[in-house]
Design a protein around this ligand. Structure first.
Ligand code: NDP
Length: 400
């Protein structure tokens, strides 16, 4: 049917690329373009001969708009799937505009020098994308991503209005290291060491990092401590789900992770302010990333399950309704299938599905859109088909 260009060749891209290759009727051709060409070439040689998808590779600095535009114009993909880092989002969107190519990502733009993510920079491209007749699909991972699709699905089939959403992201996996992050350590630590916040009655309520803790008994995983974080889909869901009164996001963390993080923070290792070390400027958090285990190496070691989903409370025909939609994913099963643990898997599968929605024209809405703005049904069907089946409970335990 067409060609996709995947930018980045890390943990999430590894899963998305394998899934595209398993879906070669849609993804007839795939170009892997990333900073380190040897990683792209290694993945290409591993997959060639196992798939009908024709794979090419390219070295690119995705932060360089001219270089990337030239590459997109040369390769001529229908869709660019951005699985590099959030810092490159705007440059990649610019290049897609110049080459008139659809754009998909899994994380919203974040300037490298301020640990603050917001949609405003990407939403500013709405008119330009609309005029160019191309679509930017923002946030097609799990959270953001599937959580937005679950919200649109709940609204379409079960509610007249949704008043409360709690997004619960539980990783019940154990990797055996005292401290490691499940995806890019720099992005992960920036996210969890920031202040928390939630949306209530039309405004943001800010909390100290990890100030709000709850315990939840997750289906198929068990009881876990979870903490309220700010998360990017809160911003778009607050706008796109009518009747919403409160949205919160909770993520589980073990005590060892939190103790290590506190200690690293206390000694300054999580700072993004550059310091001079032996005459050279270094960013402590980037140095920390270099000494921590590579998330890709966690695959063979991680055992247990993830459970990510949304609890909705709202009204249907004047009566109060509750609904919990979630997915449970087994780290070892994911590893067997794709060589990655479940955190990369749960992001890489919806990234492929989002690219497929644009590639085969199922979703066609020029402009810049968050995932919950599209018809959720074909995406939900594809999740079942491609390894992230959803489950529904009509009487979930609620979060206080
Ligand atoms: P990794 O660090 O494993 O991979 C990032 C890749 O991007 C690497 O291959 C890296 O190259 C490449 N890259 C970085 N900078 C550039 C550049 N300037 N030009 C070209 N390539 C570049 O990260 P993950 O795979 O863990 O995460 C990928 C994305 O997914 C992130 O944006 C993350 O925030 C997002 N994510 C979203 C989730 C969701 O549920 N929505 C959950 C988890 C992650 P190199 O190989 O040279 O390092």
């Amino acid at each position: 049917m067409g060609k996709v260009m995947v930018i980045g060749c890390g943990g999430v891209a590894g899963v998305a690329i394998r899934k595209c290759c398993a879906n070669s009727q849609v993804f007839e051709e795939l170009c892997i373009a990333s900073r380190t060409l040897s990683k792209c070439d290694a993945l290409k040689s591993e997959l060639e001969g196992t798939t009908g998808t024709k794979i090419t590779t390219a070295q690119v600095d995705a932060g360089n708009v001219e270089e990337l535009t030239a590459l997109i114009k040369r390769e001529k993909p229908q869709v660019v799937l951005n699985l590099a880092l959030p810092y490159q989002d705007l440059a990649i969107m610019e290049a897609c505009l110049a080459a008139k190519t659809h754009y998909v990502d899994t994380a919203n733009y974040e300037p490298e020098d301020t640990a603050k993510f917001e949609y405003k920079w990407q939403w500013a491209y709405r008119e330009k994308f609309e005029k160019a007749g191309i679509t930017a699909l923002l946030g097609s991972g799990f959270d953001p991503g599937v959580t937005g699709v679950y919200s649109a699905y709940a609204l379409k089939h079960y509610f007249d209005e949704i008043n409360y959403i709690d997004i619960l992201d539980c990783n019940g996996g154990e990797h055996g290291y005292p401290f490691a992050t499940n995806f890019n350590p720099e992005i992960n630590i920036r996210e969890v060491s920031a202040k928390g916040s939630y949306w209530e009655d039309g405004q943001w309520v800010e909390t100290e990092p990890m100030e709000i803790k709850r315990v939840y008994n997750f289906p198929e995983v068990g009881e876990k401590d979870m903490y309220l974080l700010h998360h990017e889909e809160l911003e778009s869901l607050a706008l796109n789900i009518p009747g919403i009164k409160r949205i919160r996001f909770f993520m589980t963390f073990g005590q060892s992770y939190l103790t290590h993080l506190k200690c690293l923070e206390n000694v300054g290792m999580t700072s993004i302010e550059p310091i001079l070390y032996e005459g050279k400027e270094i960013v402590p958090l980037q140095f920390l990333k270099a000494v921590l285990p590579d998330p890709a190496s966690l695959g063979p070691r991680t055992k247990g399950k993830t459970n990510i989903g949304c609890i909705f409370i709202g009204k249907k025909d004047g009566k109060e309704q509750k609904l919990y939609i979630y997915n449970v994913c087994d780290h070892q099963e994911c590893y067997k299938e794709t060589g990655s643990q479940a955190v990369s898997y749960t992001t890489g599968v919806p990234a492929m599905v989002g690219a497929m929605m644009l590639m085969n024209g199922t979703w066609n809405k020029p402009g810049v859109h968050n995932i919950e703005e599209f018809d959720p049904d074909p995406f939900m069907d594809a999740l079942n088909q491609w390894g992230l089946p959803y489950q529904i409970s009509h009487d979930p335990c609620l979060v206080e």
